[in-house]
Design a protein around this ligand. Structure first.
Ligand code: ADA
Length: 553
């Protein structure tokens, strides 16, 4: 399954899930591996970092143009069709697609070379406090497309004179050498919008429409609407794209975040896409379990630390009214990491693909960048500024932020709409939580963050699942529960703070490379409120209790 709803009735789309032929570079053996999946689930590749080759025979029923969409390949893909290279893509966490024109009916070969190695070629996937898996880890779709087809449809809701309106941008591509006259029809509920346009290679059609009687999307009432767009040539429907949207606005005013004009309090979890046996190739049922558990703990938000997430998870957040802070792919990069010659382009591509593909999710309230990167340096500031500007050029409807740990040295707080900081009072530093909080907020106000909303984007402590100790020493479940309680009670009763994200929802695997194994028992980040099998630790009921007491619904 690619999405939680049908995205085409006219365009023919097939999912290439299933068993693919596989061979690992340097190993003289043929395998059959499932797609989507991580190769680490196979006993021969549990810690393998290298290059693998996936192959699949695909039968094309009629002559025509095909479009291949890969939702995620970890971390670099080189795609070949009948032996010809047709695409290259870096980053496990963003989708990419490629069109092959004039394919004859019959059997063809699709080959994907996948690389999860570290080195200068990879500025974002590096040894880190999460794992970079290998494989075709998210779904793959094969589509038959007309010579004119819809590339994407972006829906921007807004209020005007107390009524819901929306701007609908339909981007159309043409494979023809000559202009093609195209009819465009978009339908949402009882509203039909249509026009004719002549398309040369690429054209964008814009509808502005008032929608009477629609219901807003909110955490409590996540109302969603299908937006169905159809292209016609000579009156004949030739392509379509179905999106699912919500009417909501998110704004920042003074020190608050407003959803549909009312202040909202954000309380949730940082969540890695990582499950014990799936790795990052999480199944829908495990995604549903995660959302159900977060809701059971009275959370209303999730931060996609530290990369764009699978669209099926975002669809779930849309349906369940879970607020999302989605961020580009970066964690803890020092200035020298940011000076990797590939860094800026790889970040730019990630932001472009994240916003292009995830724009319509009403649950995404905030775009984030560059978690704990070199925000204390002038060179780092230049890159933060550039990335904020790139986001604003693509989307003015959402606020931006970045989670910092450059306490008292960050020189970028004037750039984002929301100031967010990662705090581990009581864990990494034994200090009075309230005093440390005062120091932080005082510094924020005097360093460019004055009169901005403040989010505590990370707070937490580690506990190894099942380790109980009456001494309540660090690493025991008791101490984790105590520290979570103590931190939440300070932050959630401070009206200068409008949100908290616990680090982290579930334990996740970390790389053995780098220094992480030394401070990460089991080669896992053990700060989960549940472990990697989603078994709750003592802190589960603590979070459930506190999130029910503070922060509203
Ligand atoms: C940082 C980082 C997280 C995680 C956390 C920790 O704040 O953003 O990814 O590494 O620390 O567990 O220490």
């Amino acid at each position: 399954m690619i999405r939680l709803f049908d995205t085409h009735y006219i365009r023919q789309s097939y999912e290439l899930d299933g068993m693919w032929d596989f061979k690992m570079e340097g190993i003289d053996r043929e395998y059959q591996l499932p797609v989507p999946a991580c190769w680490e689930q196979h006993p021969d590749f549990m810690r393998h970092r290298g290059k693998g080759m996936y192959k699949k025979k695909i039968y094309i029923k009629q002559n025509g143009n095909i479009r291949l969409e890969f939702k995620g390949v970890s971390h670099t893909a080189d795609v070949y069709f009948d032996g010809e290279k047709i695409a290259h893509h870096y980053n496990a966490f963003t989708p990419f697609s490629v069109v092959v024109k004039n394919v004859s009916n019959g059997m063809h070969e699709l080959k994907v070379d996948v690389d999860n190695t570290f080195g200068e070629h990879s500025a974002l996937h590096i040894p880190n406090d999460y794992y970079t898996y290998g494989g075709i880890t998210r779904p793959v779709a094969l589509e038959m497309i007309n010579s004119v087809y819809i590339k994407n449809v972006h829906f921007t809701p807004y209020m005007k004179n107390g009524k819901w309106n929306a701007r609908i941008e339909v981007k159309i591509c043409s494979l023809s050498d000559n202009p093609v006259n195209v009819g465009v029809k978009s339908k949402l509920g009882d509203y039909d919008m249509s026009c004719e346009v002549s398309v040369n290679s690429e054209e964008t059609v814009i509808f502005e429409q008032e929608f009477n009687g629609v219901k807003a999307w909110s955490g409590q009432e996540p109302n969603l609407y299908m937006l169905n767009t159809v292209l016609s040539v000579n009156g004949e429907p030739v392509d379509d794209l179905i999106e699912r949207v919500g009417f909501r606005t998110v704004e920042v005013r003074d020190t608050k975040i407003y959803l549909n004009g009312a202040p909202v309090y954000i309380k949730g979890f940082n969540r890695h896409e990582d499950y014990a046996v799936d790795g990052c190739a999480m199944t829908l049922q495990h995604m549903v379990q995660d959302v159900d558990l977060m809701r059971d703990m009275n959370a209303n938000a999730v931060r996609t630390c530290h990369y764009p997430n699978d669209e099926r998870f975002l669809d779930l957040c849309d349906e369940r009214g879970i607020f999302v802070w989605e961020e580009n792919h970066a964690r803890g990069l020092k200035l020298e990491d940011m000076q990797n010659p590939n860094f800026e382009r790889q970040c730019e591509d990630c932001i472009e693909e994240m916003i292009e593909h995830h724009y319509n999710h009403p649950s995404i309230l905030i775009w984030g960048i560059l978690n704990e990167c070199a925000a204390e340096t002038d060179e780092g500031r230049r890159m933060y500024k550039k990335q904020y500007e790139q986001i604003k050029a693509m989307d003015l409807s959402r606020p931006v932020t970045s989670a910092t740990c450059r306490h008292f040295t960050d020189i970028c707080l004037d750039l984002p709409d929301i100031v967010s900081f990662n705090m581990y009072s009581g864990w990494y530093k034994d200090c009075p939580i309230d005093e440390r909080n005062e120091q932080e907020i005082e510094w924020i106000k005097n360093s460019g963050g004055d009169s901005k909303p403040i989010i505590v984007s990370e707070l937490g402590a580690a506990a190894v699942y099942g380790y109980r100790d009456r001494s309540r020493c660090k690493w025991s479940e008791e101490r984790q529960s105590d520290l979570i309680r103590d931190n939440l009670e300070v932050y959630m009763t401070d009206d200068r703070i409008c949100g908290v994200f616990i680090w982290q929802f579930a334990d996740c695997r970390v790389t053995e490379e780098g220094e992480w194994f030394a401070t990460r028992a089991r080669c896992h980040n053990n700060k989960g409120i549940v472990d990697e099998y989603r078994r709750p630790k003592m802190a589960y009921d603590t979070v459930k209790d506190i999130f029910s007491k503070y922060g509203g619904v």
